[in-house]
Design a protein around this ligand. Structure first.
Ligand code: NAD
Length: 397
């Protein structure tokens, strides 16, 4: 049923509850155009499974693989369709746009919308792969979720962003009110670490890989990558050394066990530590938006600014394919955050950090760039899109 509406952004805290279908379509096309302008990936995968494929790093990975290697992609995500006259979520529109364009360009693409943590979705994916893809050459694990129901016990766990041991006070950017404030975050309570590890750790990644292996769907040479973040020390109490950091440690543990499994198939599993970018997941992390606003200013000034698509492209084109070898750090991780963590960039960020106030936020930082990126996640603020016209919001996937 056709449903037309003028769609405006409606922002609630760090999320926009509306999304613009034409804007999301334009954003997907921008990313496709970026990849098309590069040299094709030599030796790239022919069949890829992307878990968390509708927004952020997962979507960019999907686009890079489809248009860089003409890979058939199966995308897994959990997005909301248009319902009760409310627009669908951005990830829904992104995926619809990607699939439609891929189909036009003769690139195989299918998606499953549902809970990736459930047994049912894994079974559905395995059936689809068996019937239509044969086997899988690359698995990207790019989920960011606030909760997970363990399929074995049916217990639901929640992921929280809290420091461990003591409370943490820091300068912070309140993106709702555009104010530089102080924030104090209480330490993790009983169960918070376990909950966050259950949701954002590596258990589900392992379950996916074991399920694919048992079904005989891992192709010779199949690789798998999951994404992580480390960042600067100011964010460590709430990130690296906080509850989410424990989950990322567990992801690294899982990477080693999956690596052992994939080596049997002559492939590898590893963690790629990516740079800080504006996504739905990162905008919810305290302290990080202020850091990103400063980081963008420094990286743009040095001509090394990157978003998700540039990072995904760098991973595939300079590390995994084109006769390249994985360049691991001492802990066996790929470091796509190497430009972010460059000494000169970090120095510029933290020379300015103490001086940022509400009044000078727009001159000392690239908060305008942050805000623009945030709106673009939901398809708003994109050149060439007419936001005053009624658009079809009931778009099928
Ligand atoms: P995102 O919010 O843009 O994407 C999350 C994806 O997970 C979406 O496709 C969503 O539909 C999917 N998803 C969530 N719950 C699901 C469920 N139950 N079942 C199926 N799909 C589900 O997030 P992102 O920022 O791209 O993060 C992806 C990964 O990259 C995370 O591991 C994150 O820690 C990592 N990372 C992010 C940044 C950053 O700055 N954003 C930096 C480095 C690493």
């Amino acid at each position: 049923m056709s449903l037309k509406q003028v769609v405006r952004p409606r922002i609630r805290s760090y999320i926009c509850v509306t999304a613009h279908p034409n804007g999301c379509d334009a954003r997907v096309r921008e990313q496709i155009a970026y990849v098309k302008a590069q040299k094709p990936l030599k030796g790239g995968p022919k069949r890829a499974l992307i878990i968390g494929a509708s927004t952020g790093y997962g979507l960019a990975s999907r686009i890079a693989l489809a248009y860089g290697a003409r890979a058939a992609t199966l995308g897994i995500f959990y997005e909301k369709p248009c319902e009760n006259e409310r627009p669908a979520s951005a990830g829904w529109y992104n995926s619809a746009a990607f699939e439609a364009q891929a189909r036009k360009d003769g690139i195989w693409a299918k998606s499953l919308n549902g809970d990736a943590f459930s047994n049912e979705l894994k079974v559905a994916a395995i059936d689809l792969i068996k019937k239509e893809m044969g086997q899988i050459d690359l698995v990207i694990y790019s989920l960011a979720s606030p909760r997970r129901t363990d399929p074995q016990t049916n217990i639901t766990y929640r992921s929280v962003l809290k420091p461990i041991g003591t409370s943490f006070t820091s300068k912070n950017l309140d993106t709702d009110r555009n104010e530089v404030t102080q924030i104090t975050i209480a330490p993790a309570a009983d169960g918070d670490i376990e909950g966050t590890v259950k949701v954002m750790g590596g258990e589900d990644w392992e379950l996916w890989m074991e399920a694919l292996d048992s079904a005989g769907l891992i192709a010779p040479g199949c690789n798998s990558v999951a994404y992580s973040y480390i960042g600067p020390t100011v964010t460590w109490p709430v990130y690296k050394n906080g509850t989410i950091g424990r989950a990322k440690e567990d992801l690294e543990r899982a990477a080693k066990s999956i690596d052992a499994l994939l080596k049997i198939h002559r492939g590898r599993a590893f963690i790629s530590v990516n740079k800080a970018v504006v996504t739905q997941a990162s905008s919810a992390i305290p302290v990080v938006p202020l850091y990103i606003a400063l980081l963008f200013k420094a990286m743009k000034a040095h001509g090394i600014h990157e978003g998700c698509i540039e990072q995904a492209w760098r991973l595939f084109s300079t590390q995994m394919y084109n006769d390249n070898f994985l360049d691991f750090d001492e802990d066996g991780r790929v470091r796509l955050d190497n430009w972010e963590m460059r000494e000169d960039i970090q120095k510029e960020v933290f020379d300015v950090w103490p001086n940022v106030t509400t009044e000078n936020l727009n001159t000392l930082t690239d908060y305008a760039g942050y805000q623009s990126e945030f709106l673009k996640l939901f398809g708003f603020g994109i050149n060439g899109v007419n936001y005053d016209e009624e658009v079809e919001i009931n778009i099928p996937l």
